[in-house]
Design a protein around this ligand. Sequence first.
Ligand code: PXP
Length: 250
Amino acid sequence: MLKLGVNIDHVATLRQARYKGKPKGEPDPIEAALICESAGAHGITAHLREDRRHIVDRDVFTLREVIKTRFNLEMANSPEIVEIALKAKPDIVCLVPEKREEVTTEGGLDVVTHEKSLAETVRRLRGQGIEVSFFVAPDIAQIEASARAGAQFVELHTGSFADSYHRKRERNEELNRLVLASNKARDLGMQVNAGHGLNYQNLQLLHLVPNLVELNIGHSIISRSVVVGLATAVKEMLALMENYAATEVV
Ligand code: PXP
């Protein structure tokens, strides 16, 4: 069964717009996480950014306490954030690149260039029983470097697929890259997640990508929740994921 991890960062973005620096405020990302779980989500994802623009430290520790499914902490490979992860002990850490000026995570992790320092972080996290995923572009060299660095999962960056959705030829090329990368990751013994830019429209085509374990989806679900409510938004997404067959379509 294809699992859904809901990224709740945007709930925190809305809270920070009014309550930055305050000990609490609405909407509460913790309450949102619990609604997502009740609606059937298989996990909750939150990104603790170095500038704390949405999720803040107390969210991470409270999520760890209250979540009954899986807690996926997205983060950069920076010493301060790695220490927080080692203390909070999420079920899984997804290492992502991070630039202060970006609106959202823009590219995949450059594992080829930073293999040594990433491998050291993997070693420390895994030493505490935390699984590790790398958020990477569907690029064979990055997949191979991820396996060498000890990642148990890769999360394939679907942003280029989502961006090219309305340009058929480009989109099919992106889908093909995702298929090849997914098979490579599986052959190297890693599990495969995917995320970024996935929505109620483009999800159907992602069914062509084999081996997927979990999708991490944020913006489209939180946006739709404004109109239909969070539980319904999550259930609608789960329904679109229901008939996913993990094996290759020939
Ligand atoms: N996966 C990763 C690694 C991300 O950085 C993000 C964005 O925070 C997502 C998934 C979710 O992307 P979106 O909000 O576009 O669904």
